[in-house]
Design a protein around this ligand. Structure first.
Ligand code: PMP
Length: 311
């Protein structure tokens, strides 16, 4: 079978990604009323693909959908099955990225667009395309954004809502315009919330710290993986407490975690080196452990991997 670079499960059908389209009247396009996920599938030692923590991503997807009153129409098990089928149909033998999107489609025909959530039909599109792993790159330089992370009384920040990413886009844009790779956003209390599409960890005076969910962040699945691997494999406990700007200045190590980003060392923040300005030992150890786990080289975490099987 030829490899199809990009495929979609769109309105219940498998189609080439470029055929997965929406009308301009789509409510989510006009008001940002959609929810999404980002999931990775990694090539394993046997050459087959396996989805990493797909079930956990879909549980978060369904929680996000519930917040926006979107009926996805499938439960987490069925979403995992559709995803496996989608990946099989691509015939891919390289690392892949899966982007599920559930969104508000339209009011009844002839009704003017409105911002309500009820009475608007729902739609599901799951897209799959090729995406290589970045695991081995060096450190990145980040800015502290002048944009604040909205608090949960403004937007449901724990849900992965499409419209909410205007905030993230503005932060990335500002950081890139100033010559940085990414941005760390503070919350309305002035404490670290997260980076544009990843969570933040720091080693401060020998202690691994990440902000708690009350810091107005998305509870990352990679964040959870890192906390688990640090405890199980490196005997390092993670403290969930607020990180201030002063902590970032003091930190020996800082790294970001996310499905797309994986684990990224931060070697400079706002013009100051982090520690010695090179990726630190804990960051490096976690990066190695993470890449082994996602490729199925560590038997203890096989339950996080769903083999896709062959077509
Ligand atoms: N925060 C934000 C704002 C994100 O977009 C992401 C990426 N989904 C994360 C954190 C990291 O989440 P995860 O590890 O589940 O990919």
């Amino acid at each position: 079978t030829p490899v199809i670079a990009a495929l979609a499960y769109h309105d219940g059908q498998f189609v080439p990604l470029e055929q997965a389209q929406v009308p301009v009247s789509t409510q989510a396009l006009q008001y940002g009323t959609g929810v999404f996920e980002g999931i990775r599938a990694y090539v394993q030692a046997d050459g087959g693909l396996a989805v990493f923590r797909g079930h956990d991503h879909y549980l978060r997807f369904l929680r996000s959908a519930r917040t926006l009153r979107i009926d996805v129409g499938l439960d987490a098990e069925h979403l995992c099955e559709v995803t496996a089928e989608l990946l099989r149909r691509t015939g891919a033998t390289t690392d892949m990225y899966v982007r599920p999107l559930a969104y508000k489609r339209a009011l009844l025909p002839g009704t003017p667009p409105g911002v309500q959530l009820t009475g608007v039909s729902d739609a599901l599109s799951i897209n799959a395309f090729r995406m290589g792993s970045y695991s081995d790159r060096g450190g990145i330089r980040v800015a502290i954004s002048s944009w604040r992370r909205p608090q949960s009384a403004v937007l449901p920040v724990r849900a992965k809502v499409t419209g909410g990413y205007v905030n993230n886009a503005l932060a990335v844009d500002e950081a890139r315009a100033a010559g940085y790779d990414d941005a760390i956003l503070l919350n309305s209390r002035g404490q670290v919330a997260e980076a544009s599409t990843s969570n933040v960890f720091a080693v401060v005076r020998g202690r691994l710290v990440t902000p708690p969910v009350t810091a107005d962040l998305l509870e990352g699945i990679t964040r959870d993986t890192v906390v688990t691997l640090a405890a199980d494999l490196l005997d390092v406990d993670t403290a969930f407490h607020d990180l201030g700007r002063d902590d970032l200045c003091d930190a020996e190590e800082v790294f970001l975690t996310g499905t797309g980003a994986e684990i990224v060392p931060v070697t400079e923040i706002g013009g100051r080196p982090v520690g010695d300005g090179v990726p630190g030992p804990l960051t490096t150890a976690l990066t190695t452990a993470y890449s082994e786990v996602v490729r199925g080289k560590d038997q203890r975490y096989q339950h996080w991997l769903q083999p896709v099987g062959s077509a």
